[in-house]
Design a protein. Structure first.
Length: 340
């Protein structure tokens, strides 16, 4: 293998293998790209390996472990970020060992580097009453307020990821019975989510009154746009939610101490479905999870459901008259003699 093969292999991995053979999303490719930008920065600054002259023989387990320690200590990356960077490197090396099996032993040593274990945070979600208070905050006398209510209602009712909401177009909405929204999720997967009652009516009124970009076909128009008729960003949606969270906190019943992100809406809908008795299999499909074990996190998080289930299954097997040890004068004597 030539001394400068790494740049060529990396180019093929990012521009041909990932989009062409794996068919991954542009977001995944961007994440992998950022990993290798950091990796090449580490190689140049910390080890003196210039990117254009980096040889595959220099990619060792020691180098990768050093990189992982560097992003944790120097860049203060979290364990989740560290594991994400490692997954990108592992994916690249699996591609390399299939296409170019030189230095296979060292690659296997790198692939054996495990992900770091980390504590799993509790699921953050709003109760039904808290969500109701939050959705009451937008001023419906203004166009912006009506848009914000529909945005938050759709985000909650569909349990959409924030990027799925950002990418919604008019053509993804079907308001005739049965009303559904088509979401374009992770891994180029799509799913149809039913929309109910008031959310359907809100969407219908919103679609009828919203301004369209006349430069493109009507059905291709984005569902939610900013004041400049441009695509809302993920941060723009977070800004809208935070604005109404601050307003909701003026209500004494809204005692929320957590940071309400767009993903909290997804968690809240999932928890409310579970608490209503919806089967985990249906919730899995509703959320677009590929594995039911991912959905089980909601069942583990609901302490109130656990308490009620234990109460319902509880049988009082204790004797009616429990002994009063304070009245047993021989107890202390027996304890003292136990190890003699």
């Amino acid at each position: 293998m030539k001394d400068n093969e790494f740049p060529r292999h990396l180019t093929g991995f990012l521009s041909q293998y990932l989009p062409g053979q794996k068919n991954v999303s542009t977001h995944t490719i961007a994440s992998y790209r950022d990993t290798f930008k950091l990796f090449l920065t580490f190689c140049e600054k910390e080890r003196g390996f210039f990117p254009e002259k980096l040889a595959m023989q220099l990619i060792t387990k020691e180098l990768v472990v050093g990189f992982l320690n560097w992003i944790e200590k120097e860049r203060k990356s979290s364990i989740s970020t560290r594991n994400q960077r490692l997954a990108a490197l592992h994916s690249f090396l699996r591609y390399i060992q299939k296409e170019f099996p030189d230095n296979l032993y060292e690659m296997q040593k790198i692939l054996s580097i495990p992900s770091k274990k980390k504590s799993k945070p509790m699921i953050s979600y709003l109760t039904g009453n808290e969500m109701k208070i939050l959705l009451e905050q937008p001023d419906l006398s203004t166009r912006a307020g009506r848009r914000d209510l529909v945005l938050m209602a759709v985000l909650y009712d569909t349990a959409a990821r924030v990027q799925e909401l950002v990418d919604l177009r008019v053509k993804d909405i079907r308001l005739s019975d049965p009303a559904v929204i088509t979401l374009h999720g992770k891994g180029q997967k799509t799913r149809q989510v039913p929309i109910m009652g008031k959310t359907k009516e809100l969407l219908k009124r919103y679609v009828d009154e919203r301004k369209l970009n006349r430069g493109i076909a009507e059905l291709e128009n984005l569902l939610f746009v900013n004041q400049k008729q441009q695509k809302l960003s993920r941060w723009g949606i977070s800004y809208i939610i935070n604005k109404y969270v601050k307003m909701a906190k003026q209500n004494p019943a809204f005692t929320v101490g957590l940071t309400v992100t767009p993903h909290v809406f997804r968690h809240s809908k999932s928890m409310h479905l579970l608490q209503s008795g919806v089967c985990l299999i249906y919730i899995r499909d509703f959320l677009g999870h590929s594995d039911c074990s991912t959905t089980e996190v909601y069942a583990r998080a609901d302490s109130e459901m656990k308490r009620k289930a234990i109460e319902n299954a509880y049988q009082d097997l204790m004797p009616v008259g429990l002994p009063n040890w304070e009245e047993d004068g021989s107890l202390m004597k027996w304890l003292n003699s136990l190890c003699e």
